[in-house]
Write a protein that binds this ligand. Sequence first.
Ligand code: GAL
Length: 416
Amino acid sequence: MTMMKRGLAAVAALMLTTGLVRAEDVEVLHWWTSGGEAAALNVLKENLAAQGIGWVDMPVAGGGGEAAMTALAARVTAGNPPTAVQMLGFDITDWAGQGALGNLDAVAGPGGWDAVVPAALQGFSKYDGHWIAAPVNVHSTNWVWINKAALDAAGGKAPESWDELIVVLDAMKANGITPLAHGGQPWQDATIFDGIVLSEGTDFYKAAFIDLNPEALGGPQMADAFNKLMKLRTYVDDNFSGRDWNLASAMVINGEGGMQMMGDWAKGEFLKAGKVPGVDFVCIRFPGTQGAVTFNSDQFAMFNVASDGAKAAQGAMAVAIMDPAFQSAFNVVKGSVPARTDVPNDAFDDCGKKGMADLAEANAAGTLFGSMAHGHAAPAAVKNAVYDVVTGAMNGNYPDGAAAAAALAEAVAAAQ
Ligand code: GAL
């Protein structure tokens, strides 16, 4: 056992036994219900079970977590929050601002979290200088997952630019498959749009989605981004509307679809199906976004709970999540990369190694940005305004990109 692990275990043991407090079962609200997600969640459940901490499952299906956040609000309003909640970005700091979250400093301090959790994540795991959530991973949204055989049949070259992407999509169409496997749900449309906006340039992504600059939101580059989204719409199948993201992944896995533009949780589905990167599928950054990353980090936020047993369970769960060996085991299955900078990449496949290297590179280069689609660029009101316009554009509500960009600038202004 390393010194640090010994220290963490001691803290957890102390919390469990001080004053004869026994950790209660943890009730965990989450939206990890797809095959790959459930497999990753099992890694956490088993880790806690090995420490004698029971798990009460509160799954709320729905990719991206919107339905889960609605269920959470109902529980908090009823004065009965779950012990731990999977949460993203601004949702975490919003709840902290309302005074609803507990304080994890007692385990974060001895665990040395300040030194190992990237600053971009700490922005959401800490509030007012106090730790309020334990980050379990870093996902990123600017990925494309391509069926290798379909790519080979379409010329074999993974696209590196928008023009090359269109060539491959056209070839896949000519080969009789659905070029773009997609589920028409607002968060999925917005996930693709993260990649498109980033491909317009890192300065542009920052101006539009982080700084919410009205000129960037409503200007010609955003118009171009919407025109690209509308072009991609021509490569989906007739049944795309409402489809769950993991069913779109399944289309690429079985060759019915050519590619999916989705965060790296999609890799969890490929792995669950026994597929191997480089052999059965290819992972690339959204063409034109190489060197930059739009990230989202799943964190477990701990709500204010009354009993010492529940508090002890929260502390023990947070310690388990932050354990480097756990971060490796979990993220290998989930498709994401560790939320600590000191976890070796040995256990990761080639896409995971690339994800870790890309994250470090983007962080150093200043090209690491929060994902708008997944709540790390702006609070929920703005995110939902973006969803509305992006989904409207995907469904033909605007005559052209310029009209959609003008609507976006207006919607974001109204939401602030
Ligand atoms: C994201 C979340 C991922 C994955 C995905 C689809 O928001 O960060 O862990 O669950 O939704 O459900």
